[in-house]
Design a protein around this ligand. Sequence first.
Ligand SMILES: Cc1ncc(COP(=O)(O)O)c(C=O)c1O
Ligand SMILES: N[C@@H](CCCC[NH3+])C(=O)O
Length: 435
Amino acid sequence: MKLFGTMKINSKGHLEIGGCDSVDLVEKFKTPLYVIDEDLVRSNCRLFMNNFTLEGIETEVIYASKAFLNLAICKVLEEEGLSIDVVSGGELYTVLKAGFPKEKIHMHGNNKSKEELAMAVENEIGRIIIDNRQEIELLETVSKKYKKKVNVLLRVNPGIEAHTHEYIQTSKHDSKFGESIFSDDIYSIVNKLKESEYINLKGFHCHIGSQILDEEPFYFAAEIMLDFINKVKNNCDFITQELNLGGGFGVFYSNGDDPINLSSCLKKMLNIINEKTKELNIITPKIMIEPGRAITANAGITLYEIGGVKKTYSGKKYVFVDGGMTDNPRTALYGAKYSGYIANKMNHEPVEDATIGGKCCESGDIIIKNIKLPLVDAGDIMAVFTTGAYNYSMSSNYNKLLRPAVVFVKDGNAKLTVKRQTYEDLINNDIPYYQ
Ligand SMILES: Cc1ncc(COP(=O)(O)O)c(C=O)c1O
Ligand SMILES: N[C@@H](CCCC[NH3+])C(=O)O
């Protein structure tokens, strides 16, 4: 069993996180409960901030807020000096409401609405990442209205797709994001941006995938992008000032996951960029990255109360928890594999295989398939690890289950950062048929 950050087993044999006994957390905040180890979030931020540096290269670390976003995390990220990326009006609204420095907000999206662009332009956020040719006109209309010239990057598709254990240079280039660097049209798009009265093109963005456990594709992407920048210089007489290489750094979820050594990988990325720019004789642009999962995933756990325990006719053992695909859809969606244990029986030996099932009316509502657990009783607490990214942010109200509360734990204190939903919240936006 791998414990992360401040997680440990205390003298009562309970799981402790952020100096708080998980059994006490459950008593106080009920279940299901998302718990975030604030110290681990901060040390992950520092790992990026301290290692993504090289003399002579300006860098920026931008947190991809789709991984986990609430008002509290914005404060932590601000204090740690990161920037934030958003992909929708809702994410932008949240970050603005948190009082995050506007110039450090970057906005993505392959289909931004006029209203979303207006919100970004009006608030003078740092960068808008243009996804396609059509968006240029839309953004020009908006920025003209606000009489503001906006700083943008163009998202391009370098034709690399990285998966968990391999990467390929795809021949189809059929991602829905960005404009292909191989397209005949690409230089005319750059020229259009270059000549725009209301748009200030700063450079380019690419993102090659998520939960990548191999470092090679990151280096490869950097090199391909620098080659592209060189071609843009030659074909469009455009000097690229900024290059954003996206996120995708993978984390440990369960046995078999062997994450990249980030400190050496980040340094190596910059060294490769340094060498390559010299070789191409181009100015080294400012280099940005956008980690999401690597900042929050391992810092989060979910605590559930165990209800029923069932052995099926075929002999399969189910342990049912009081949440499910509503708070963690990743197993159902991607076949993701998680690890965890019984939080109040951390010192009990594992004795049998069980499948952790949720309470949704759906056979695929599974959180963990086959995990070795001690003997389990109703009322025990199941802790699932590495749920700090793409769990709360992807949660739903399917079957009208309530979204869990989120607590940040640090130095023995637990701070409620998102309240548990109530039944009233579920019908708040409903309008009765007969008024
Ligand atoms: C444009 C962009 N940037 C950053 C990220 C963050 O990815 P990850 O959470 O894998 O670091 C994503 C999601 O994959 C993304 O689409
Ligand atoms: N939602 C995905 C990651 C998406 C990355 C966004 N581009 C996950 O949970 O693994």
